[in-house]
Design a protein around this ligand. Structure first.
Ligand code: 3PG
Length: 359
């Protein structure tokens, strides 16, 4: 697979798929910009090499509708802040009002080397998630080279992820390169015992990959929500003895909103013995102070460990670790949630497959 370094990008229009899908609060403010910051090395490289840069991403799940709160303006503002204030770069970032059509072409036409264009939210178009070939073709016309730096979305067969690279020379950016290096380290001769902790939302997607993760990990510790999903759908596993669910929980209005003290103790015991850990998804409703104790105890137990390779990932996990100032305690924090799980489960990621040389 090629990387951005393998191309002569000078004066070329480089179309970069990013994952700027950051968590927002109810007022639409960015709660955590980790994913945006992780894309900066690729953007800085393209600026230095005098490429004409076109960034594209989704934000939230507007399901093909234009949702004002999910417009990319706040991403544009944050990118400007990061590049100008933190990186001391004098940059021009223009946001386009849409992703396709003639109006976009006038922006592309006027783009100078080392200037940045940010396209409007890709998921305002249903064609994006439908992987519509015409939509992919129209996006591909905006660039000369396609770079995928959106690891978090590589498990989705969407137009901007798998469609566009069919029409352009393509490769990965520095973010994806780093993700692959670190996640492969988890898979190639991991120090044992290896444990996986899986919680959070999107339980359907997550529970589907657990069987494969049980093949590589010594134990998989799951949240109450995932346990419920497994029971509800009657899933059967090859190594059920390796799967450990909560033994108690904090109940509020009939719902388990956090793991209980016995589960915390049980999980911490497994964490203490582990030499390799990967973690995706909180274990309680961490948006609320009163239900974040279990997740916090787990995070601290991992953070305190020495001589252990630790990887965490997923939007909610990143947001939580950032809030608790624990991000730096992990060896690698993946920008991917579902994508990270699929990678660990050994499933081919459509977004990466699409970049492999044809034939
Ligand atoms: C994520 O948040 O994991 C990625 O941005 C992918 O988002 P999705 O699950 O809405 O496709």
């Amino acid at each position: 697979m090629k990387t951005v370094r393998d191309f002569n990008v000078k004066n070329k229009r480089v179309l970069v798929r990013c994952d700027f899908n950051v968590p927002l609060d109810e007022q639409g403010n960015i709660l955590n910009d980790f994913r945006i910051r992780q894309t900066i090395p690729t953007i800085k490289y393209l600026l230095k090499e005098k490429a004409k840069i076109i960034l594209m991403s989704h934000l939230g799940n507007p399901e093909g509708e234009m949702v004002p709160e999910l417009q990319m303006d706040k991403i544009q503002e944050r990118l400007i802040e990061i590049l100008e204030i933190s990186e001391h770069l004098d940059v021009s970032i223009t946001k386009t009002p849409s992703c396709k059509g003639y109006e976009i072409e006038k922006y592309i036409f006027g783009l100078e080397p080392s200037e940045i264009l940010l396209l409007e939210n890709l998921r305002f178009y249903k064609e994006e998630t439908d992987n519509d070939p015409e939509f992919a073709k129209s996006l591909s016309r905006l660039g000369d080279i396609y770079i995928n730096d959106a690891f978090g979305v590589c498990h989705r067969s969407h137009a901007s992820v798998v469609g566009v690279p069919q029409y352009l020379p393509c490769g990965i950016g520095f973010l994806i390169e780093k993700e692959i290096q670190n996640l492969e380290r988890l898979l190639k001769n991991p120090k044992k015992p290896m444990i996986a902790l899986i919680g959070g939302k999107k339980v359907g997607t997550k529970s589907k990959v657990i069987d494969k993760i049980l093949e590589v990990a010594d134990f998989v510790l799951i949240s109450g929500l995932i346990k419920e999903e497994i029971e509800k759908t009657g899933m059967v596993f090859k190594y059920p003895e390796k799967l450990i669910g909560p033994v108690d929980s904090i109940i509020c209005e009939g719902k388990g909103l956090d793991i209980g003290p016995k589960t915390i103790k049980l999980f911490k015991k497994k964490i203490r013995k582990a030499k390799t850990i990967f973690w995706n998804g909180p274990f309680g409703m961490t948006e609320k102070e009163e239900f974040q104790k279990g997740t916090f105890k787990i995070a601290k137990a991992i953070a305190r460990k020495w001589f252990c390779f630790s990887v965490a990932g997923g939007g909610e996990t990143i947001e939580f670790l950032n809030r608790k100032r624990l991000i730096s305690k992990f060896d690698h924090v993946s920008t991917g949630g579902g994508a990270m799980l699929s990678f660990i489960a050994g499933e081919p990621l459509p977004g990466l497959e699409a970049l492999r040389p044809k034939g």
